[in-house]
Design a binder for this molecule. Structure first.
Ligand code: GDP
Length: 364
């Protein structure tokens, strides 16, 4: 430190004679603030070093609904942002029982052997609706969990899919900042959860089972449109023939779908997560996808598009929450609903009235 800076009024000395005059309460507060800042910086630096405990704590912060935690989480994310974005984000979906956890366990272990660091996150809106979640209530991925280069986090709970989605989006950034370069995001096909996961991933993988007969029955059309790969799992034992037939049928069906913006032609593959077969082929497929979208610019364009989507989504959520949680609006909304019930107003004019009222309240 230079002589000049020591003389500067901004230079702080820990024990200047003047400090005796500071009110002990404020001194205490200053010490507490400094300590808090130091611990935040420490958490960020531990996170950037890839410390999994720090990553877990950071995600807990992101998931918390307490205002103080939200502030901390924001600082953490800002510290993490420039270190993120160096990963491939893969969405994995399929009905319960198709073998998602078994597949992720096998796929994740394979990737770690290839020198990757794998984070597994989940988006499960059912964990918010009912106590028991579809994804979280069994002992899952027992081997992967023990790997040093794996990080597994169950679905955050939230009031809405929007809340769960925001938390997962931010957790992705934290995982990437901690050096995880493959992010697997698992979901079940409940409500809009698949669309949500699709909008935060680079590659979308649909796990299927070979059934008897018509393979396409019972699949939402939108999911096939989103899928970059359809992997028919449990292609082992007596199931192998049916799996091969299902592959043919899906391949035929995919011909009927319009081509993708990414330029990628979705592929159908077979796997047996239980016996670790077909796993390397799935990774090879994703690597080919990556090469293509890096080359043609889609990778960055898509992430940019997703950021724009999430920016607007966040603003919408925020505005909506502010509106509906405003105590005076809550009251006025109840009154207007009653007035609608009594035919004293229409839904349209009640809406205009409430929006105007909200605008007025913002001016106060
Ligand atoms: P999830 O609900 O989609 O996560 O499915 P799980 O991974 O929990 O798997 C459901 C059941 O299917 C378990 O009993 C697994 O052992 C079994 N399973 C998963 N993958 C395979 C596979 O490739 N072949 C066979 N035969 N069984 C599998």
């Amino acid at each position: 430190m230079s002589k000049n800076s020591e003389k500067s009024a901004l230079h702080e000395t820990g024990s200047s004679p003047g400090s005796k005059n500071i009110n002990p309460n404020s001194a205490e507060r200053i010490r507490a603030i400094r300590k808090k800042r130091a611990s935040e910086e420490d958490l960020t630096s531990q996170l950037l070093k890839g410390n999994k405990t720090a990553l877990g704590r950071a995600i807990t912060m992101v998931e918390s609904n307490q205002p103080a935690h939200k502030e901390k989480a924001q600082a953490l994310i800002e510290g993490a942002l420039s270190h993120a974005n160096k990963s491939i984000r893969i969405g994995i979906t399929g009905v319960p029982g198709v073998g998602k956890s078994t597949f992720i366990e096998s796929f994740g272990s394979y990737l770690i052997k290839q020198g990757k660091k794998v984070a597994v996150l989940a988006v499960d809106p059912t964990s918010s609706l009912s106590r028991g979640s579809i994804l979280g209530d069994k002992t899952r991925m027992e081997n992967l969990v023990r790997e040093e280069h794996a990080f597994i986090r169950p679905s955050p709970s939230g009031e809405s899919l929007g809340g769960v989605a925001r938390k997962t989006r931010e957790s992705i950034v934290l995982c990437e900042a901690a050096g995880f370069d493959v992010i697997l995001i698992e979901t079940v096909g409940v409500g809009q959860s698949e669309t949500t996961v699709h909008s935060m991933t680079d590659f979308f993988l649909l796990l299927k089972l070979a059934g008897a007969g018509d393979e396409l029955q019972g699949i939402k059309r939108g999911i096939i449109e989103m899928a970059d790969a359809i992997v028919i799992n449990k292609a082992d034992g007596d199931n192998q023939k049916a799996a091969r037939e299902a592959k043919l049928e899906f391949n035929r069906a995919l011909q009927l779908y319009p081509s993708k913006e990414s330029g990628w032609k979705p592929e159908v593959a077979l796997s047996s997560a239980l016996y670790n077969s077909g796993i390397a082929e799935v990774w090879e497929m994703i690597s080919n996808f990556q090469k293509l979208v890096f080359k043609n610019g889609h990778f960055n364009a898509n992430r940019h598009q997703q950021n724009k989507f999430w920016l607007l989504q966040t603003i919408n959520e925020h505005l909506k929450n502010n509106f509906y949680q405003h105590p005076q609006i809550k009251e006025a909304l109840a009154e207007q609903l009653e007035a609608i019930g009594n035919n004293k107003t229409t839904a349209f004019s009640a809406a205009i009235y409430l929006l105007n009222k909200y605008r007025e309240l913002q001016k106060i």
